[in-house]
Design a protein around this ligand. Structure first.
Ligand code: PBG
Length: 326
């Protein structure tokens, strides 16, 4: 049945009609807000590469976490900037590390916000790589135990979920084993399963002070050209025990999100990363784009592609906008 019998515009005529046939609706339940935790007290310092985002000391972060919960956002993901860095990233698994302190403080105040932690060495190593070095290269197997100990220390401090972002082979299995051995078999793992060696992480690395001192991350993060390999990575992480699988970044990899959604029956998360955020912020600042409209379009697109969850620096804004709309 073709024109003039079928007229697609009939169902686009009014907002109410459009609302009735809308296939994808972004919800506050889909959102995860990232936070950067720093030492000290009373700190809420603007991050220049991520306008609208801050470095938070634990005391200030607790207040912000309450605000996030009150907006209905279900989860946050924490990144730590430690007091000191070393070769093996030992501050990442310290009982009194910044992330561990933040977890305890937030948990003490509220218990209905899901606290996820990013598990990786890059924020804690002096060289900025995501694993330990041997002869100038990242040593996969020597890194696994360190990641698992970091994950364990997060969970012991109150993390509800851990999210390994290092891209070492076998880390999901190692973390699962260590958590299970310590009585944490109920704690889920959200793996950064298909994490690409992307140039869109630039503003994050400035915020987390985690730029590698030499070389780059292409020896462990995925080649952005590879789609089939992304599916193998996801399959491996699920076999190792991942409960949620993530694709990262989001917009340049919508095809991967879509394929992962179709091939696997696990919840899929997508990380709308720092560079994706910064591009919109910069264009909006110049008056070239309508920030709210493009954010809603971009994130709705990520959800339409197949993401069940979206990690985004816009989470608070989106939650606020959605509230205004209802
Ligand atoms: C740590 C990590 C990174 C991001 C999340 N976890 C940086 C990287 O891999 O270099 C990037 C997040 C973003 O750009 O918003 N490995």
């Amino acid at each position: 049945m073709y024109f003039p019998d079928y007229r697609p515009r009939r169902l686009r005529r009014t907002e109410t009609l459009r609302r009735m046939v809308r296939e994808t609706v972004l919800s506050v339940d889909d959102l995860i807000q990232p936070f950067f935790v720093v030492p000290g007290t009373g700190v809420q310092e603007a991050i220049s590469s991520l306008p609208g985002q801050f470095h938070w000391s634990v005391d200030k972060l607790v207040e912000e976490a309450v605000a996030i919960r009150d907006l209905g956002i279900p989860a946050v993901i924490l990144f730590g900037l430690p007091e000191a860095k070393d070769e093996t990233g030992s501050a990442g698994q310290a009982e009194d590390g910044v992330v561990q302190r933040a977890l305890r403080a937030i948990k003490k105040r509220i218990n209905d916000l899901v606290l996820i932690t990013d598990v990786c060495l890059c924020e804690y190593t002096s060289h900025g790589h995501c694993g330990v070095l041997k002869d100038g290269e990242v040593d996969n197997d020597a890194t696994l135990e360190l990641l698992a100990q970091q994950a364990l220390s997060h969970v012991q401090a109150g993390a509800d979920m851990v999210a390994p972002s290092d891209m070492m082979d076998g880390r999901v299995a190692e973390i699962r084993q260590v958590l299970d051995d310590h009585g944490f078999s109920h704690i889920p793992i959200m793996s950064y399963a298909a994490k690409f060696a992307s140039s869109f992480y630039g503003p994050f690395r400035e915020a987390a002070q985690s730029t590698p001192a030499f070389g780059d991350r292409r020896g462990y993060q995925m080649d952005p050209a590879n789609g089939r390999e992304a599916l193998r990575e996801v399959a491996l992480d699920i076999e190792e025990g991942a409960d949620i699988v993530m694709v990262k970044p989001a917009l340049p990899f919508l095809d991967i999100i879509s394929q992962v959604r179709q091939e696997f029956d696990r919840p899929v998360a997508a990380y709308h990363v720092s560079g994706e955020y910064a591009m919109i912020k910069a264009a909006a600042e110049k008056g070239w784009l309508d920030e709210k409209a493009v954010v809603m379009e971009a994130l709705t697109g990520v959800k339409r592609a197949g993401a069940d969850l979206i990690l985004t620096y816009f989470a608070k804004d989106v939650a606020t906008w959605l509230k205004g709309a209802s």
